[in-house]
Design a protein around this ligand. Structure first.
Ligand SMILES: Cc1ncc(COP(=O)(O)O)c(C=O)c1O
Length: 418
């Protein structure tokens, strides 16, 4: 079919580029000395540099010294079992309630959080065939791609109350109650909702669990920022433990990423945990889920990469390194909180029109500024400040040297552009 004058690929349309990576590319290509990158969701130091966590460097040194001859061997298809146990307990076991927590949970190692979302979506599409997946609007845009590629019809629920600048429980509940059907999946950000930085309260999570139970929905937690929202890994997984202990029991999914909380972005360390009902324990339901996940993993990528999970395992199994990790997390989340305050203070001092308290009340890496698409376009054109067109900024791109400049740039576009 293909000859020198035609190609079998000429019918291909070009999909839109991923916005966060496109914005990052535009930032890199910009030669202005003033440019500021608030687009991509990665941690940066006060000097605007990437930061290998101190505890990660310590673990890397330890692994290097161990000089294990098997360090480049294949992992098992399921992944590294010790890593998986530690990863699971980080989410499900809080002080005092560990006992019995593992029998209901089937865990496999994944290609970070994205891979965990995708594997879970593929598993559901193949084995439970949900009529629809309910995705928050707005959300991390990759959720749409992942569920589309998995072949599951999508619906959205109105997550964000634009006027109140908070999670919209009333409209979320109304939409799901009226439109969702038993067996549908509902995607939930476990903490530090991307892009809004607005999370449900504990009371709203309790209502959410009850709604899922009453409607027969399958909750699918995306956990990409554990420790980044509050600085406490336990606090940030509260919602998941609440669902885990809910009676009558819920069956649900957790896609866990170590990209942000260990700063292991390119290492692709993560896990998928599938929580089954204890009613299925005697018939081996959890093992059947695990075997099916492994079969999908084998057909997709054989097994996850091992370097990142070795680092996470080395840290989590040592009480001393775990303590140091918590300190590193506090340092990152503390700097982000300080930058929220700094931006807020400057906007208030400039008397920038509008209210800016939401910058302080939102949590995690991002703030949903409320800038319009036109204002985003203008701030990039005029001031070389890069952010997503939804108005989302990554607070970690702010530092003592650029926060004044960014506040003035926001002030300018808010006053002159609608
Ligand atoms: C909400 C959310 N889920 C999942 C991910 C996946 O990240 P990774 O694949 O790097 O673990 C991200 C990353 O930005 C995210 O924001």
């Amino acid at each position: 079919m293909s000859n020198s004058e035609s190609s079998r690929f000429t019918t291909l349309s070009v999909p839109p580029a991923d916005e966060a990576f496109a914005v990052n590319g535009a930032y890199l290509a910009d030669t202005s000395p003033d440019k500021v990158n608030l687009g991509i969701g990665v941690y940066r130091t006060d000097e605007g540099r990437p930061w290998p966590l101190r505890v990660v460097e310590r673990a890397e040194n330890q692994l290097h010294e161990e000089h294990d001859a098997a360090r480049h061997e294949y992992l098992a298809i399921r992944g590294d079992v010790e890593f998986l146990d530690l990863a699971r307990d980080l989410v499900f076991a809080s002080a005092g309630d560990k006992e019995g927590s593992d029998d209901r949970i089937a865990s496999v190692q994944t290609v970070s959080g994205t891979g965990a979302n995708r594997l879970g979506a593929d598993f559901l599409a193949q084995h439970l065939r949900p009529g629809r997946v309910w995705i928050p609007e707005p959300t991390w845009s990759n959720h749409h791609a992942i569920w589309t590629f998995a072949g599951v019809a999508r619906g959205t629920y109105p997550y964000y109350d634009v006027a109140g600048k908070c999670f919209d429980w009333v409209r979320t509940a109304q939409t799901l109650n009226e439109q969702a059907s038993p067996g549908d999946v509902v995607v939930l950000h476990a903490c530090a909702h991307n892009p809004t930085g607005a999370d449900p309260s504990k009371e709203q999570w309790e209502k959410f669990a009850a709604l899922c139970q009453a409607k027969g929905l399958i909750p699918f937690f995306d956990l990409a920022y554990q420790g980044f929202a509050s600085g406490s890994v336990e606090e940030d997984s509260w919602a998941i433990r609440h669902f885990f202990h809910y009676q009558p029991q819920l069956e649900f999914f957790v896609a866990q990423s170590f990209s942000k909380n260990f700063g292991l972005y390119g290492q692709r360390a993560g896990a998928l945990h599938v929580v089954t009902s204890s009613a299925g324990l005697s018939t081996g339901v959890s093992q059947a889920v695990l075997a099916n996940l492994c079969s999908l993993v084998r057909g997709e990528y054989s097994m996850a990469p091992r370097r990142g999970s070795e680092i996470v395992k080395t840290v989590l199994r040592s009480p001393d390194m775990r303590r140091q990790w918590h300190e590193d997390l506090q340092l990152m989340s503390g700097r982000i909180k300080a930058m929220r305050q700094a931006l807020y203070d400057r906007l208030v001092a400039l008397q920038t029109p509008g209210t800016w308290e939401h910058i302080l009340s939102q949590i995690g890496m991002f703030s949903y500024t409320g800038l319009s698409e036109n204002q985003v376009f203008a701030i990039t054109q005029r001031h070389h400040v890069y952010l997503l067109k939804s108005g989302r900024i990554s607070i970690s791109g702010l530092n003592e040297s650029n926060v004044d400049y960014v506040a003035r740039a926001i002030d300018d576009v808010v006053r002159t552009v609608i």
